[in-house]
Design a protein around this ligand. Structure first.
Ligand code: PRP
Length: 216
């Protein structure tokens, strides 16, 4: 893993970052600094392996990677689809599995069958637009929210939502159902397009090592 320059990784904050670091440990890439719970540091370095990591808000990870501020990013497929950045998606890491779905009360299923003009609340307007306009050819109004999306159909803001479903408990506890599935999601590794050429040796080895660890 020796190399002249640092290979910089942008990790989406939270559970994804913890699982990523666990997986990297399996292939011998470690970073002790990042494990300190109460640190206010933003960037963590392993001098010996010439790698550094930083934590960012998920939606910002593809931005850092597109501009080359990070060579590599680990982020959910939902964010990749939503952000639409010029980056290479090179590997499905297999964790963080969930689904992007259209959900709502049972009665709303009917509204999806007849191409009705309905309102769709979501944190993912691009994914929702692509699904309704390009795939279903249904002319809907997209309402952008920042969280607790399940509230929207309950309080009458929208007929349905386009949101992530993992265990399904948020839907169950609020009397909502999966009405249609948009796509499957999981954590992905993304790479800056120039880094892929300039650091192709290290990055190709990294991908191969991760693939081997995933196959174990
Ligand atoms: C996500 C998603 C759903 C929930 C799904 O929200 O938007 O609300 O998790 O998980 P489940 O199927 O296991 O119940 P998140 O917790 O990220 O918070 P948010 O409401 O701020 O989007």
């Amino acid at each position: 893993m020796e190399g002249k320059r640092y290979l910089t990784f942008a990790l989406g904050k939270g559970r994804l970052a913890d699982q990523t670091l666990e997986m990297f440990e399996k292939i011998g890439i470690t970073c002790e600094e990042i494990k300190e719970k109460h640190t206010r540091k933003l960037i963590f370095v392993n001098e010996e392996q010439k790698v550094r990591f930083f934590l960012a808000k998920g939606p910002d990870v593809p931005t850092y990677v597109e501009y080359g501020a990070a060579d590599i990013g680990i982020v959910g497929k939902d964010t990749i689809l939503e952000e639409g950045r010029n980056i290479y998606e090179v590997l499905d890491l297999g964790f963080g599995k969930c689904r992007m779905c259209i959900c709502g009360p049972k009665e709303a299923a009917e509204l999806l069958l007849h191409r009705e003009q309905i309102r769709v609340a979501t944190k993912y307007p691009h994914i929702a637009k692509d699904y309704f306009f390009n795939k279903k050819h249904q002319n809907v109004e997209i309402i952008r929210l920042n969280g607790s999306i399940e509230l929207a159909p309950i309080v009458g803001l929208s007929e349905v939502i386009c949101d992530i479903v993992e265990t399904g408990s948020t839907l169950r506890e609020n009397g909502l159902y999966v009405l249609e599935e948009v796509c499957a999601l999981s954590a992905r590794m993304v790479v800056n397009q120039v880094s892929m050429k300039m650091e192709s040796g290290r990055i190709t080895k990294l991908i191969a090592d991760l693939k081997a660890a995933l196959a174990d």
